[in-house]
Design a protein around this ligand. Structure first.
Ligand SMILES: [Zn+2]
Length: 71
């Protein structure tokens, strides 16, 4: 049976509930504070963050600021 993970928005408690085909998400309440203000969380297996670190451009020091001092 599939186990879904929920999180209560009122008390921030995470809990897992087995949802059968006949049960609905709207019937799930928080076991801690009996609140219906819950949200379905994604399982950690498919959890991925795409952090693109902004690199410093290395070609910023190639400036042509040389004076032609011919005498
Ligand atoms: Zn709660």
């Amino acid at each position: 049976m599939p186990i879904y993970e929920f999180k209560c928005r009122d008390c921030n408690k995470k809990f897992e509930t087995i949802l059968t085909s006949s049960a609905k998400v709207s019937t799930v309440i928080c076991p801690e504070c009996k609140s219906k203000n819950i949200m379905k969380t994604i399982s950690s297996s498919s959890y991925r963050l795409s952090t693109s670190s902004s690199g410093i451009p290395s070609g910023a020091l190639s400036g042509c600021s040389s004076k032609g001092g011919f005498s």
